[in-house]
Each structure stands twice: as structure tokens, then as C-alpha cells.
Design a protein around this ligand. Structure first.
Ligand code: 6GU
Length: 220
């Protein structure tokens, strides 16, 4: 799956060990995902490569201007015309596991164009003309969309078939359909007793139906 990230901080992705090691690193090495970054500033026609300006009507903060964003999105769309444009903003729909599942299947072939906002936001005309989907990762404010994009890429990638080994299959994650979208049951491993604290007897019983029932009762 291809991810095209538009940001004024491409190094947040290019120099990020999070994409180099472990699950995402392996997925990249195997060609299961590709993360392409695009520096919005390079599309600015301003002599100082400016990408923001003060808001009409006044008020705090700066707003990302139309010209570099229209040019950057147009250029990336030329490379990947079928991918929807996703804008990361606290005003978007809140990202959940069902979104990750939907995106991993529906958009796996086309990939995604992920637009990171900074400052107070972006000119509304970009959203109206070019953005297909607006996503937030929760009800708090980040300094920009970059961490949100990383969250989306991580949660989508681990659902792509073959990315996780069978030993940690996404069929039995927190929020999965099998667990009625609830949070997972508690886990225990060896030893049976640690500092006087024992593992629940049922998990040592070898009685599969009882274990299954205990786990189901202990979903949150
Ligand atoms: Cl997507 N962006 C920003 N700047 N803040 C957020 C967010 C996104 N989601 C939650 N907070």
C-alpha cells in the first residue's frame, strides 16, 4: 500500500526510526508499504518559500495558504490519481479501528494521499476543492498532522494481510469484531507465581471452553 505524505517536515518521516525497524520497517523492506514524502514548501512560488499567512478577519495564528497546497496536491495526484486525499485535522472524524479496517481494504490498491496541516489550519478553499476525507485522532490538539499520519499508517499497515505473523493476528485485537469491538482480556505468561501474585487458576486448567468463557467475561 502506498502512502503519499504532504508535510512541511518531510524529515519527520524520512529520518524516523519508527518506519525503519520492527513491523513497519519489515513491511517497508518487503514492499508491503511505501511511504513517499512531499515537502509542501518546495511547491511555494513565494521568493522566501512561504507557505502561511495571517487569517482574514484577524485572530491568532497563521493559516496555510492555497497556492503551495493546490500545487503540491495536484502534483501528487498526477502520480497517484485514484488515491483519496485525507486531511488530518482535529475537526475531522475521529479515527477508530473500524476506520483502520475500512482503509486497509478499501484503499489498499489506490493508497492514500495524507495532508498534514500546521499552524492554525489551512485555507478552507483547499478543503472544499481538494480534500476527500477529514480525520482526527482524538479530542486534543497536536502541533500538526504528522503524528496523526503516523498513527494512521501504523494502524492500517498492521492490518494488511501478511504484515503481522500468525502469532499476533489482528483477528484477536482489542476492538475486533470477534470481541464485540471491546478491549482485550488480560494476558499472563510464566511464571505461574511472581512475588506472591498468581495467574488465575482457569488459565492453567487446560479447559478450553472455560478459558474462552473467562476471556469473554473479561473483555472491557
Ligand atoms: Cl489530525 N491534527 C492536529 N493538529 N491535532 C489533532 C489531530 C490532528 N487529531 C487530534 N488532534
Amino acid at each position: 500500500m502506498r502512502f503519499d505524505v504532504l508535510t512541511i517536515f518531510p524529515s519527520f518521516f524520512e529520518e524516523n526510526p519508527y518506519f525503519k525497524y520492527s513491523i513497519l520497517g519489515e513491511a517497508t523492506k518487503k514492499g508491503q508499504i511505501e511511504v513517499h514524502t512531499h515537502d509542501i514548501r518546495e511547491y511555494s512560488e513565494d521568493k522566501h518559500k512561504k507557505v502561511d499567512d495571517t487569517p482574514y478577519g484577524g485572530g491568532a495564528g497563521m493559516v496555510m495558504t492555497c497556492q503551495p497546497l493546490f500545487a503540491a496536491i495536484k502534483s501528487v495526484k498526477k502520480e497517484n490519481p485514484k488515491a483519496p486525499v485525507v486531511f488530518l485535522t482535529p475537526q475531522g472524524e475521529t479515527w477508530t479501528q473500524p476506520h483502520a479496517e475500512e482503509f486497509a481494504t478499501k484503499h489498499e490498491q489506490t493508497g492514500l494521499i495524507l495532508l498534514c496541516g500546521r499552524y492554525e489550519g489551512i485555507d478552507q478553499r483547499v478543503r472544499d476543492a481538494l480534500v476527500d476525507i477529514e480525520i482526527s485522532i482524538g479530542d486534543y490538539v497536536l502541533t500538526g498532522g504528522e503524528l496523526a499520519v503516523m498513527t494512521l499508517i501504523d494502524s492500517i499497515t498492521r492490518l494488511i494481510p501478511g504484515v503481522l505473523g500468525n502469532e499476533n493476528s489482528p483477528e484477536e485485537d482489542s476492538f475486533c469484531v470477534k470481541f464485540d469491538r471491546k478491549k482485550e482480556y488480560p494476558h499472563y505468561t510464566k511464571p505461574e507465581e511472581f512475588q506472591g501474585i498468581k495467574v488465575p487458576d482457569v488459565l492453567l486448567s487446560g479447559h478450553h471452553a472455560n478459558i474462552e468463557a473467562w476471556r469473554h467475561d473479561n473483555l472491557k
